[in-house]
Design a protein around this ligand. Structure first.
Ligand code: GLY
Ligand code: MN
Ligand code: MN
Length: 474
């Protein structure tokens, strides 16, 4: 008997209704599905993961639905390490690498199969296919992913059986993704963290398929920024909300969604690094800082910022701040090349900004001393960039020596995004500077001989930005 929903309007299910519901459904099994384009790349990534953990059982879950209230859930977003290793986006799944005697692994996937039509759950369960959409069958998943697939509902028993069969193999699982699966395996927290770090490490260098996806994300993002500039007069008549909506429409039309909460920050909101309320006025004379990225259908995201004069023209002071950030970004971008220390681009931009802040008299010099003490951070707030990929702050769990203490390599993708933020209540700067915030953010890929700016299609210098906006105003 299906459980009754509290305050549901139906008091129960008659046997006649139950019988009626179970019959008369067509066989919709898809026999002609092809291997996903990404599958061969995912296989190479799994081989790299396998090589790091010979003799150990690895479990990489995709995650579950998160409740928003009652039976309402947030949109599902799979764990990026799972997506990277499988190309799959299904909820309630997991990749397992089962160790072999030769030191390699056999890979398979747990998946939530299609709902059986032999009980009432398929039409009464609030997250059943009939309510939320068809899933793939296990056979369909096998064809698409190129991996053997098993029913996730027997995962605990299957993993227990694997332990019995191969008691010498320790199990590692990525924690914090699927609590039920985590409870089903006995693992060590520190060793599990090493698995998570390895999954992050293995994403620092993107393969050619990933770079093509990032290119798509950035290209759509460029079009989204163009939408916003084209609709600026409507935003002025409305609010930051209009801008958020314009960009989101592009993200949904061309991709999966936005890759992170869009920051539509006009006026003094531009000084708030993660302003996402997006409910303020858009006033000519102020700056608009728009930080937004389209996420592709395959979940790769762009992360781009432009700071625009809402009137179409920078005031002399706004331009002075903008030009300083632009020059800092140029210094940072120039430092992005293979073999450079990862920190170089950050340091180049921050040193430049420290010197400018000393020139302006906002921090005490000399500039090198100010930089060594980090005094510029009062106005620059954040680091100069980060890795980009499936997550906006990609590879965040990577080993430090592979990331911030590492060296740039071809295929790495990162943002370069210096900024200056003069808070509205900062008494250490003249009044006219207060409430000005500028960030310029581009997405770069390290190439064999330097870098490519994937977001170069968007105007960036102050003159280019003004000319761009003039084209829409005309
Ligand atoms: N959009 C977040 C960031 O720029 O890091
Ligand atoms: Mn960023
Ligand atoms: Mn950003």
């Amino acid at each position: 008997m299906a459980k009754r929903r509290k305050n549901g309007l139906y008091s129960g299910i008659s046997e006649e209704l139950s019988a009626l519901m179970r019959t008369g459904w067509a066989d919709t099994e898809q026999h002609d599905l092809e291997l996903a384009e990404q599958a061969p790349y995912a296989a190479v990534r799994r081989a790299a993961l396998s090589a790091r953990f010979p003799g150990e059982r690895l479990v990489v879950p995709s995650g579950n639905l998160k409740v928003r209230s009652n039976d309402d859930t947030y949109p599902f977003r799979p764990y990026s390490g799972y997506v990277h290793m499988t190309g799959d986006q299904a909820r309630d799944g997991a990749l397992v690498l089962e160790p072999r005697a030769d030191g390699g692994h056999d890979a398979y996937c747990f998946q939530l199969p299609r709902d059986s039509r032999d009980d009432d759950e398929f039409w009464t369960g609030s997250h059943a296919e009939l309510w939320t959409g068809r899933r793939r069958s296990l056979a369909e998943s096998e064809r698409v992913l190129g991996l053997p697939c098993r029913d996730v509902r027997t995962a605990a028993a299957d993993l227990a059986a694997a332990r019995t069969k191969n008691p010498g193999a320790a199990t590692r699982i990525v924690r914090g993704v699927d609590p039920a699966l985590e409870a089903a395996v006995a693992t060590d927290e520190e060793r599990d963290a090493e698995l998570e770090a390895a999954l992050s490490d293995l994403r620092t260098v993107k393969d050619s398929w990933e770079l093509a996806e990032l290119r798509k994300a950035v290209d759509s993002t460029v079009r989204g920024f163009t939408d916003v500039v084209g609709e600026l007069s409507r935003a002025i008549a409305s609010s930051e909300r209009w801008i958020e909506g314009s960009f989101f429409r592009r993200a949904r039309l061309e991709g999966n969604a936005v890759g992170y909460g869009t920051i539509c920050a006009a006026g003094e909101h531009a000084t708030i690094m993660h302003w996402q309320d997006n409910d303020g006025p858009v006033r000519p004379g102020d700056l608009l800082l728009l930080d937004a990225g389209v996420e592709t259908h395959t979940l790769y995201t762009a992360d781009v910022t432009r700071t625009l004069p809402i009137s179409g023209t920078f005031t002399p002071l706004q331009r002075e701040v903008y030009d300083a950030v632009y020059a800092a970004q140029e210094a940072g971008i120039a430092a992005v090349k293979p073999g450079a220390a990862y920190r170089d681009f950050h340091e180049a931009a921050q040193r430049y900004l420290a010197a400018r802040l000393v020139d302006w008299g906002f921090i005490e010099g000399p500039a090198e001393r100010a930089y060594e003490l980090g005094l510029q951070r009062r106005f620059t707030m954040a680091g100069t960039g980060h890795m980009l990929g499936l997550d906006v702050h990609d590879c965040a769990q990577a080993r430090t020596e592979e990331y911030v203490d590492g060296v740039l390599m071809p295929g790495m993708c990162l943002t370069v995004e210096p900024g200056l933020y003069f808070q509205a209540d900062d008494l250490t700067v003249p009044e006219e500077w207060r409430g000005i915030g500028v960030r310029i953010e581009d997405d770069l890929v390290v190439t064999e001989d330097g870098h490519e700016n994937l977001s170069a299609g968007l105007p960036r210098s102050a003159d280019e930005v003004e000319a761009w906006m003039a084209r829409f105003a005309g």
